[in-house]
Design a protein around this ligand. Structure first.
Ligand code: JA8
Length: 265
């Protein structure tokens, strides 16, 4: 997969030299380039911003450097190749794990990181005439610029590219992949600062462990993310799942537990 990131703060993307993504780049699984938007200016101050038409606070990114950057991007690919341009912005469509999976199979992604009050809207129109464009938000909060959002998306996408994570199994059992949060995990020592491990995990009863983990996932999701419980398909829930949720009073289930004490808090 090829990735190109455009920013006025290329050093902000330096975490991409490290860890999983750094290794994937060294191994040639990911071809990632970071570009300084100011390299596409021509004035002596390398100006990228100007005042907004119509007035108001702050500055807006000028279209000319972005236009040149996009032309450079298009010209840098194989004949006929077109990148999918992602523009981080608090007004974009929500970035999700499902979107990460869709983007992970694309051969070429580019990120346009804005700063100030945003990028002149004509840049988005111009880009849309050349390539698929998606304005994407990583969450309902405002960042100082698109760089950290691009880091979030590149990390979520790159780890789904085949070969980037050695053990494919570690991708299967993950939060947000099947609509429930993950179960709590423990490692050695078995007693730490007076705190033990749930007995079932030391029992060797694999079926009981699987059931305990499923209960914990349901309880944790109900407590922390009731919105995810709302989106569960009842057809995917077994009798015990329905008992756990009914006990928590969080899902419309006709099947109530015969013995409510069977569901522990
Ligand atoms: C921002 Br300025 C700017 C650019 C991109 C993003 S994505 C997000 N949540 N906030 C702010």
């Amino acid at each position: 997969m090829r990735l190109d990131i455009f920013s006025i703060f290329p050093e902000y993307l330096s975490p991409l030299d490290l860890s999983l993504i750094g290794k994937a780049r060294q191994e040639g699984l990911i071809d990632l380039s970071v570009h300084d938007l100011r390299d596409f200016t021509h004035d002596r101050h390398r100006t990228v911003d100007d005042t907004p038409y119509g007035g108001g606070a702050g500055m807006v990114m000028r279209p000319e450097p972005w236009g040149e950057a996009l032309a450079h991007l298009m010209a840098s690919g194989e004949p006929g190749a077109v990148p999918h341009l992602l523009i981080p912005g608090p007004g974009g469509v929500r970035f999700t794990q499902a979107m990460a999976h869709e983007l992970a199979v694309e051969p070429w992604l580019a990120f346009a990181c804005g700063r100030y009050e945003g990028i002149d809207e004509r840049v988005i129109e111009e880009a849309e005439a050349m390539m698929p464009v998606t304005v994407v938000s990583v969450g309902d909060y405002v960042l100082g610029g698109g760089e950290v959002a691009a880091l979030v998306m590149v990390e979520a996408i790159a780890r789904l590219v085949p070969g980037v994570i050695g053990n494919a199994d570690s991708l299967v059992e993950e939060s947000h992949e099947d609509g429930l949060l993950e179960y709590p995990v423990y490692t050695k020592p078995p007693l730490w600062r007076g705190r033990g491990i749930p007995d079932v995990l030391l029992s060797g009863h694999h079926a009981q462990i699987a059931r305990w983990r499923r209960d914990e996932r349901l309880k944790r999701t109900a407590l922390r993310r009731p919105d995810m419980i709302e989106r569960l398909d009842l057809a995917d829930l077994d009798t015990r799942d329905r008992e756990v949720l009914a006990h928590l009073g969080l899902k419309d289930v006709d099947q109530f537990p015969a013995d409510p004490s069977a569901v522990a808090d």
